[in-house]
Design a protein around this ligand. Structure first.
Ligand code: CO8
Length: 261
């Protein structure tokens, strides 16, 4: 009898306050088929609702974060079938997650994989990571936000250069143009992402959530609207116990203990 196949997405709790979602289709370079997309969305929703988790890491394996949407699964699909699959909802699940999501990227983050990383809030990449939007080479365009998020991250001219040629982007180039938060040795990527997630998990979850909301909503708004949102958010935090605890801890020269109240 053959052993049951491992789930294509695994959910783990590597440290206090930290959830980790691991894409697990090594034979297909972690290509994002429908099952993977649905499971990522399910785990993210559950972790987003779980008060014991304050920051989430999304990762793949040493060869691939994700090599894009599953080309074999969509090669024969028509318009209505693509519509019915509703895969665009996955991306909304991530940006709608109130908690920060850190992409820990080793190997290839291509097409939908690059878009998945860009939907996260922080990107930690290994030195050997390769990003890119190669859809142009297979006769389509990015469909998970690449034509919108890449120019917002790196500017029009770099984005056009990579979207129109499909050339891969080295970790160093990605970092230089603002697509990566931090580069570390390949073997350190997951460890570093978990350590950063733990650091964030120790902050006030109320303040963390407000920062994510202000940054994401502010990027879609005018400066004036974004600043007004920020002002309301900081004023609101003065009703929290975490604000009182954080400032008292500073004055008493001790480490603050935040409860999210
Ligand atoms: N889809 C399906 N299978 C894949 C994919 C993929 N994206 N990427 C790799 N695989 C499979 C290969 O077919 C191969 O399978 P098999 O062993 O059965 O032949 C296996 O993974 C290993 O791949 P390689 O032998 O090619 O491995 P290499 O290490 O030599 O190369 C690469 C790795 C560079 C990642 C290469 O596989 C590659 O170029 N992959 C395709 C990358 C790509 O074009 N990505 C974009 C896909 S399209 C997309 O993401 C658009 C999103 C649109 C969303 C629409 C929503 C509405």
């Amino acid at each position: 009898m053959t052993a049951p196949a491992a789930p294509v997405v695994l959910a783990e709790r590597p440290a206090d306050g930290v959830g980790l979602i691991r894409i697990n289709r090594p034979d297909a370079r972690n290509a994002l088929n429908l099952e993977v997309r649905k499971l990522i969305a399910t785990h993210l929703t559950e972790m987003g609702d779980d008060p014991a988790i304050r920051c989430i890491v999304l990762t793949g394996n040493d060869k691939a974060f994700a090599a894009g949407a599953d080309i074999k699964e969509m090669a024969g699909a028509g318009t209505i079938e693509m519509l019915m699959r509703g895969t665009h909802k996955l991306w909304r699940t991530i940006s709608a997650c109130p908690k920060p999501v850190i992409a820990a990227v080793n190997g290839f983050a291509l097409g939908g994989g690059c878009e998945l990383a860009m939907t996260c809030d922080i990107i930690i990449a290994g030195e050997g990571a390769r990003f890119g939007q190669p859809e142009i080479k297979i006769g389509i365009i990015p469909g998970g936000g690449g034509t919108q998020r890449l120019p917002r991250a790196v500017g029009k001219y770099k984005a056009m250069r990579y979207l129109l040629t499909g050339d891969l982007i080295s970790a160093q180039e990605a970092s230089d143009m603002g697509l990566v938060s931090e580069i570390v040795a390949d073997a350190e990527v997951e460890k570093r992402a978990i350590a950063m997630a733990q650091q964030i998990a120790e902050m006030s979850p109320l303040a963390v959530e407000q920062i994510k909301e202000c940054v994401l909503r502010g990027m879609d708004a005018s400066l004036g609207t974004g600043l007004a949102l920020e002002t309301k958010a900081i004023q609101m935090l003065f009703s929290s116990q975490d604000q009182k605890e954080g400032m008292a801890a500073f004055i008493e020269k001790r480490k603050a203990k935040f409860t999210g109240r």
